[in-house]
Design a protein around this ligand. Structure first.
Ligand SMILES: C=C(C(=O)O)c1ccccc1
Length: 373
C-alpha cells in the first residue's frame, strides 16, 4: 500500500514523494520573462515531489493574461533556466505547463492587438487579468475570438512542439500539456465552444483531433516519458461546457493510453470549486474514467486535484485511487507543505487578495516551519 510520502517514478522522472504543486497563475512575470522573485518562489517549494509551473504561454498568440510567463522568447528561457537550476540544486523536480489560452484572452494582449483565436467565434462568458497603465491589475471581459482557419492549426501544433523542446533546453524535467479549464485544447473538446463543421468539429473523434495532434508532436519531440497532460472533464471554468462529458473524456483517455506518458492529471469537479460539480444529467464517474484508461493499456501515473485536504489525499493514495495528489492554494501559503502534511502541522491560510499580481507580499513571504520554530 503506497503512502503520499513514498517516492515514485513517473515516466522518465523520479520523484521523492507524491505531493505535487498544481499549476498556479500568479501574474508576476512582466514581459513574459521569469525573474528572480519567481526563482525564489519555486525554490521555496522545491520539497514537493513535483512542481508544475504556472500556465506558461507557448506563443504570443497563446498569451491570455498580463504578466504570465512564456516559452517563446530567449530571455524567458534564460529566466526559466535560473528557476530549474535553483529547484534542482534544492533537490526538486519541475515541469512546465504549456498553455495556449485560445479565446480566454483580450485584444490588448494579442499580436498586433488582433482577436484571440478559438475553434469557433463564440465569446466566452469569462474574464482575464490585465495590468492598467498605472500598474494596478484588474479583471476584464474576454474579447470576441475569431475562428481558426484549418490551415492555421498545424502552426499551433508546431508551437507546442517548439515550446516542448525549449522547455527541455531550459532545464525542465518535462512538460504538462494544458488541456483543461476551458483553454484552447479544451475549447476544441467541448461542444459548447466548438461548432466547427470540418475535421476538428462535430464528432468526439473530430473534437479530440487537435489534442492528439499536440500530444503526438510533443511526445515525438521530447519523449512521452517526459510528458504529462491535464484534463478537467466537468469544470465550468472559463465557460467550458459539454452536455455529455463521460463518453468524451473516456475517448480522450483511451487515446492517451497509446502513449507511455509520465502522468495524467485530472481536475475533479469545478476547478477551485465543488468536487461534485457535474455537467449534463449524471455525475461524472472518475473511477470509470481511470478504469477505461487502464483497460486501453494506459500505464501512466494518475494524478488528481481539486479541494484535497490531508485526510483525503492520504486515503486516495493509500487506496490506490490515485498515484499522486496535486495541491494548489495550500502550496501558495505553505512552501513546506510536504513537511506540514507529513507531520500533520497546521497550514498557513492563503491570502486571496494577493493571488494575482504584485510582488513578494503573498508570494514569497509565507513562513515555513523553520521560520517560526
Ligand atoms: C491557468 C489557469 C487555469 O488553468 O485555470 C488560471 C489562469 C488565471 C487564473 C487562475 C487560473
Amino acid at each position: 500500500m503506497a503512502s503520499l510520502f513514498d517516492p515514485i517514478t513517473i515516466g522518465d522522472i523520479s520523484l521523492s514523494n507524491r505531493v505535487v504543486m498544481a499549476p498556479l497563475t500568479r501574474n508576476r512575470s512582466p514581459q513574459a520573462v521569469p525573474n528572480d522573485l519567481n526563482v525564489a518562489y519555486y525554490e521555496q517549494r522545491a520539497s514537493a515531489g513535483l512542481l508544475i509551473t504556472e500556465g506558461t504561454a507557448i506563443s504570443h498568440q497563446g498569451q491570455g493574461y498580463a504578466d504570465v510567463p512564456g516559452l517563446y522568447k530567449p530571455e524567458a528561457l534564460a529566466g526559466w533556466r535560473k528557476v530549474t537550476d535553483s529547484v534542482h540544486k534544492a533537490g526538486g523536480k519541475i515541469v512546465v505547463q504549456m498553455w495556449h489560452v485560445g479565446r480566454i484572452s483580450h485584444d490588448s494582449l494579442q499580436p498586433q492587438g488582433g482577436k484571440p483565436v478559438a475553434p469557433s467565434a463564440i465569446r466566452a462568458k469569462s474574464k482575464t487579468y490585465l495590468v492598467n497603465p498605472d500598474g494596478t491589475g484588474s479583471f476584464a471581459e474576454t474579447s470576441e475570438p475569431r475562428a481558426l482557419e484549418p490551415a492555421e492549426i498545424a502552426g499551433i501544433v508546431e508551437d507546442y512542439r517548439k515550446a516542448s523542446r525549449a522547455a527541455i533546453e531550459a532545464g525542465f524535467d518535462g512538460v504538462e500539456i494544458h488541456a483543461a479549464n476551458g483553454y484552447l485544447i479544451d475549447q476544441f473538446l467541448r461542444s459548447g465552444s466548438n461548432e466547427r463543421t470540418d475535421a476538428y468539429g462535430g464528432s468526439i473523434e473530430n473534437r479530440a483531433r487537435f489534442l492528439f495532434e499536440v500530444v503526438d508532436a510533443v511526445t515525438k519531440e521530447i519523449g512521452a516519458g517526459r510528458v504529462g497532460i491535464r484534463i478537467s472533464p466537468v469544470t465550468p471554468a472559463n465557460d467550458a461546457f459539454d452536455p455529455d462529458p463521460q463518453p468524451l473524456f473516456t475517448y480522450v483517455v483511451e487515446g492517451l493510453a497509446r502513449y507511455p506518458l509520465a502522468y495524467v492529471h485530472v481536475i475533479e469537479g469545478a476547478t477551485g470549486g465543488a468536487r461534485d460539480h457535474q455537467q449534463g444529467d449524471r455525475p461524472f464517474d472518475y473511477t470509470s474514467l481511470r478504469a477505461a484508461y487502464a483497460a486501453a493499456g494506459g500505464r501512466a501515473a494518475w494524478m488528481t486535484n481539486n479541494g484535497y485536504d490531508r485526510g483525503l489525499a492520504l486515503k486516495t493514495v493509500e487506496s490506490g485511487e490515485a498515484d499522486l495528489v496535486a495541491f494548489g492554494k495550500p502550496f501558495i501559503a505553505n512552501p513546506d507543505l510536504v513537511r506540514r502534511l507529513r507531520d500533520n502541522v497546521a497550514l498557513n491560510a492563503p491570502d486571496q487578495a494577493t493571488f494575482y499580481g504584485g510582488g513578494a507580499k503573498g508570494y514569497t513571504d509565507y513562513p515555513s516551519l523553520e521560520n517560526v520554530a
